[in-house]
Design a protein around this ligand. Structure first.
Ligand code: FAD
Length: 411
């Protein structure tokens, strides 16, 4: 393995990373801390907008392990201690601090433009080279010998060589396209409309320290997020299944009006154009191959309902880095058993939760659960806090069986 500070003149890096989002930046920081030379190829120029603004407490453990938590804390993002749920007149709060697993019980609600820049800047400070405005268009990957072709904003083409490649390109899904790894998701096709608003919320019951999840009073597969930021704005979005032949603005407004959000946000004004994603779930045939591995959303994305995306992205980087270091030492690590399987274990826990949410069972469990804090309640809060890889929690080990039991008790 090459050690010491990176040098942008060198021809072969230890590791090239596609994408400077949370997965790429965290992997770069950890690899640099272990002495590997790292380059990140990033299509955009930071700061840039991204969806995915409500973090889970387990993110903080992963940021802390990478030495990235302090700069995040210092940025002054909106503190978050839980989630508030509302369906018609039914309301229920979840406090992340009342959980089963040890570790952080609070998190932040972040504008991703700022959050991702903080992480990327700190990876750069640790010695990673970041080439912004470079879109990866071609991959030639073999064990120990990898080449990525990338195009600049002026159309100039360059090739970067490395001994290993991590794809952290998120919805760009670079290697799953170039290496023919794409697989359709087994989850239903859903659409999301979202924006940022100067929210002007005056309701004294509204808790800015929580993400608000609103469920449509009549349609259990339609839900909304309201994520307050520290500057008086909020991210607001609606997820639904049935497309309508109407302008998006009209669909968005009508959806809000059909819930208490119409009243809550009656004085709000939009500060970003409406965004739309149709069919956000995706999957891949394999998370690794000779000379490469896929991180975060470049591998799989389930659903935004439990804000698990950034947590999964950071967890994937944490799991991948020790194996990349073994690759650089000339070993042949067991990517299937030491990366794919452990990562998928937690992702599959979230998958069970997502399925139960859309079937309505988990909505009833959350809204009807008793006040008393039984172990099973604490385990559920733990998973909703991102602790989906817990070795100790029976709910993580048997999510389907235990959720069915809870559905029978509370539905
Ligand atoms: P990204 O953050 O997407 O970063 C990938 C980077 O790769 C980007 O900067 C991109 O410019 C770059 N890139 C792409 N293609 C190329 C290329 N060809 N060459 C070079 N660079 C490239 N997650 C949460 O944790 N909380 C939430 O509240 C939440 N809400 C969500 C709501 C919706 C509607 C959706 C769809 C997702 C949500 N997510 C949420 C998920 C979250 O957005 C992602 O999980 C997270 O951003 C993944 O991080 P990443 O590092 O894998 O990828």
């Amino acid at each position: 393995m090459q050690t010491g500070k990176t040098n942008s003149n060198q021809t072969v890096y230890d590791v090239a990373i596609i994408g400077a989002g949370p997965a790429g930046a965290l992997a770069a920081k950890k690899l640099r801390d272990q002495g590997a030379s790292v380059v990140i190829l990033e299509r955009e120029t930071f700061p840039r907008f991204s969806i995915g603004e409500s973090l889970l407490p387990h993110c903080l453990n992963l940021l802390e392990n990478a030495g990235l938590l302090q700069p995040v804390i210092e940025t002054g993002f909106q503190f978050k201690n839980g989630a508030a749920f509302q369906r018609g007149d039914e309301k229920r709060d979840i406090d992340f601090r009342e959980k089963y697993d040890a570790g952080w019980g609070t998190a932040y609600q972040v504008k991703r433009a700022e959050f991702d820049k903080v992480l990327a800047d700190n990876a750069e400070k640790a010695g990673a080279d970041i080439l912004y405005g470079r879109t990866v268009t071609r991959s030639d990957l073999n064990k120990g010998d990898c080449h990525l072709t990338h195009v600049g904003e002026d159309g100039d083409t360059m090739v970067t060589s490395s001994r290993f490649v991590l794809d952290a390109s998120g919805f760009g899904r670079v290697l799953s396209k170039l290496e023919d790894l794409e697989l359709p998701s087994t989850l239903a096709m859903r659409t999301v409309l979202f924006t940022h608003m100067e929210d002007q919320i005056t309701d004294p019951e509204f808790d800015r320290n929580k993400i608000l999840i609103t469920v449509h009073p009549k349609k259990k597969d339609v839900w909304y997020w309201t994520i307050p930021f520290s500057d008086g704005t909020s991210s607001v979005g609606v997820v639904y299944s049935n497309d309508e032949d109407l302008p998006d603005e009209e669909v968005f407004k009508r959806h809000l009006q059909e819930t208490h959000l119409g009243e809550l946000l009656k004085n709000a004004s939009q500060t970003r154009p409406l965004g739309k994603i149709k069919g956000y779930s995706c999957d891949v045939k394999s998370l690794h191959g000779p000379g490469f591995a896929l991180l975060g959303n470049a591998a799989e994305f389930l659903d935004p309902i439990f804000s698990s995306g950034v947590t999964i992205a950071l967890q994937s980087s944490e799991l991948a880095v020790p194996l990349v270091l073994k690759e650089l030492e000339g070993q042949s690590p067991d990517w299937e058993n030491d990366f794919s399987k452990p990562l998928k274990k937690g992702v599959d826990v979230f998958r069970v939760f997502v399925q139960s949410w859309y079937e309505g069972g988990l909505q009833d469990i959350i809204l009807n659960r008793p006040e008393e804090k039984t172990d099973i309640e604490l385990m559920m809060v733990s998973i909703l806090s991102g602790y989906a890889w817990s070795e100790d929690s029976p709910l993580v080990q048997n999510p389907t069986r235990i959720l069915r039991l809870l559905e029978k008790m509370y539905a």
